[in-house]
Ligand binder design. Structure first.
Ligand SMILES: NC(=O)c1ccc[n+]([C@@H]2O[C@H](COP(=O)([O-])OP(=O)(O)OC[C@H]3O[C@@H](n4cnc5c(N)ncnc54)[C@H](O)[C@@H]3O)[C@@H](O)[C@H]2O)c1
Length: 554
């Protein structure tokens, strides 16, 4: 995948001259001052250039200065330490972007470990990231992992009992899992990544570029490993990740509120039967990110997001995908089945970035979101499937993502699609410059007696900053998934390769609640039929609001 380094440097320099001046520009200033000092004796410099001379002194002082002070008193006993990294063992974080950097404060607060027990490996670092790591005393190693050369970098640092936390892009999750299973190393990630280019390789069919195919590969692959092998928790960020636990919590809430007496299920079949009993027809992972900056405005040649730009663009280019429920009556005109695997999901023969659906969140109300493919749309649909004795599917909810990224990112992806997928020359992930907004991320469970129920996290940027530094609301939701996933793996170290739905949800929710802002549920009388068929005739099914046809923006 193309990574435009020059553009990134330009973007960083631009940020440095804005009111949110980035530390990234400092080395350049110091270097030019140093060049000046070598050529001209200080006494010969006129007064107006004396600033440069002081920059020389500053630069020398910077070189000699101690590591930046850690902004977080993470040893404060108010931060419960949930698990301890065993003596002589370590955590290796692969990738130090929005999520890798954002999770560091949470790990130091809640995992009992010393800085020497943490190592970061990534292919590049900004000065801001270097300072951030240095403030925690964490060592950084530079290495680019590629298909034909990834083992050496890992072998150097990972021994039995260590933990690999994969927060990179473009590095195959399956390759890393295989490595960790063989070495008895714990593992977790937040996305099932293929090697670079895998999401949008024009030489393979659309079916092979789906998350369905990548998940099937991982499920097939895990059969090779012992069921009680070292835990490898896959796809455990916010979504995929926490939202699978939100679904379970939402089901229990609906059961309580509709008079269905039920013990908390302990098996997959138990959970699926509960969803069937409650008559859950459709589940949206509905997310509205409204974070924005009034002071640093997106310009036309810039892609702006609140998390990985690479990740967002690549998933937007994949085919739109959804778990396909048993209540659906109208096959989409561009719908495609898979002929292998669990068959819980279908894909549409078009990119998710240009496929919109109607959805709803409590704060934002109704909106159009992108039907971007995500692994949880498939794994949740698969987990909640009930089959009869003859193997015939009797129950499955429709499950899909409906994502309205922050306005800057929505506009950016729209522009990329308009240029037939050519990326902007400049890129920026917003953190410090955000003035306002929130990320509402939850699950909308529909079709039951009370209509629709949203359960999830409503996290404002203000609350995020109260909770922890170095994050925006979106990254903190994801980092919460990472923290809870690591705790799960240390507490359950012999579970083999597991998906979020397969692990117990209560412990994750208990820890996660501390960092998710307002974690709540809300019923609504909203349906996708509200205010339809008014201005133009529309093809809708009034007999059942929860048909996919009604959600889709045609
Ligand atoms: N499940 C969720 O809720 C969720 C949400 C956001 C992001 N994610 C996933 O988390 C991962 C990280 O996201 P992010 O926003 O931090 O991404 P990012 O693009 O900000 O950071 C990626 C990091 O990986 C490094 N990297 C890239 N290629 C590499 C290579 N070949 N070898 C070594 N390092 C390499 C980059 O330098 C960077 O440090 C991605 O897989 C993303 O899809 C999941």
């Amino acid at each position: 995948m193309q990574r435009n380094t020059v553009a990134k440097v330009n973007s960083l320099l631009r940020q440095a001259t804005s009111r949110h001046a980035s530390t990234l520009a400092r080395p350049a200033v110091a270097a030019s001052a140093a060049r000046l000092s070598a050529a001209v004796p200080l006494s010969a410099i006129p007064a107006h250039r004396a600033i440069s001379a002081s920059a020389v002194r500053c630069s020398a002082a910077t070189a000699a200065k101690a590591a930046p002070k850690c902004p977080d008193n993470y040893k404060d006993p108010k931060y419960e330490k949930y698990v301890k990294v065993p003596e002589g063992k370590k955590i290796v974080i692969l990738g130090f972007g929005a999520i890798g950097s954002g999770v560091l404060p949470l790990l130091f607060r809640h995992i009992d470990m010393t800085p020497s027990q943490v190592l970061v490996i990534s292919d590049q670092y900004s000065q801001k990231q270097r300072d951030h790591a240095a403030s925690y005393g964490v060592q950084l190693e530079t290495a680019k992992l590629v298909r034909n050369d990834y083992k050496a970098a890992l072998e150097k640092h990972l021994q039995e009992g260590d933990f690999l936390v994969n927060l990179s892009v473009d590095v195959s999750s399956c390759a890393l899992i295989e490595f960790c299973q063989a070495k008895n190393v714990l593992y977790m990630d937040t996305c099932n990544e293929p090697w670079a280019g895998g999401y949008s390789d024009p030489n393979v069919s659309a079916a092979e570029r789906t998350n369905y195919a990548f998940r099937e590969e991982a499920l097939e692959f895990r059969k090779k490993f012992a069921k009680d092998g070292p835990t490898a928790l896959i796809t455990h960020g916010a979504n995929p990740g926490l939202v699978s636990h939100f679904v379970k919590q939402g089901l229990l809430d609906i059961a309580r509120d509709t008079g269905v007496k039920v013990a908390v299920p302990t098996t997959r079949e138990g959970w699926a039967k509960l969803a069937q009993q409650l008559d859950i027809k459709t589940i949206h992972i509905s997310e509205r990110d409204t974070q924005a900056s009034r002071s640093v405005i997106k310009h036309d040649q810039e892609f702006v997001n609140t998390w990985s730009i690479e990740g967002y663009v690549e998933e937007g280019k994949q085919p739109a995908e959804l778990g396909w429920g048993t209540h659906e009556k109208h096959w989409p005109h561009d719908g495609m089945n898979h002929d292998n695997g669990c068959k819980a999901a279908i894909y549409l023969n078009r990119p998710g970035a240009i496929t919109n659906v109607r959805t709803w969140t409590p704060f934002s109300g109704s909106f159009h979101g992108m039907l971007i493919t995500h692994t949880e749309a498939i794994s949740i649909a698969d987990y909640f499937t009930l089959q009869g004795k003859d193997g015939k599917v009797e129950y499955r909810p429709t499950v899909h993502f409906a994502y309205h990224a922050c306005d800057n990112a929505w506009m950016s992806l729209h522009q990329v699609a308009g240029r037939e997928w050519i990326r902007h020359p400049e890129e920026r992930v917003m953190v410090d410059e955000i003035d306002d907004g929130r990320d509402e991320l939850g699950v909308l469970l529909m079709g039951h007696k009370k209509g629709a129920y949203w359960y999830g996290s409503d996290l404002t940027i203000q609350k995020t900053r109260e909770l922890v530094h170095y994050n925006n609301a979106t990254s903190l939701q994801v980092c919460t998934g990472v923290l809870t996933g690591i705790v799960y793996a240390y507490e359950n170290p012999r579970k083999g390769v597991v998906e979020p739905e397969e692990i117990e949800h209560q412990r994750i929710m208990q820890i996660g609640a501390n960092y998710l802002g307002k974690l709540h549920g809300q019923y609504t009388d909203w349906t996708p039929l509200v205010r339809r068929n008014i201005l133009f005739p529309e093809k809708i099914d009034e007999s059942d609001p929860w048909q996919f046809q009604n959600f889709r923006v045609q």
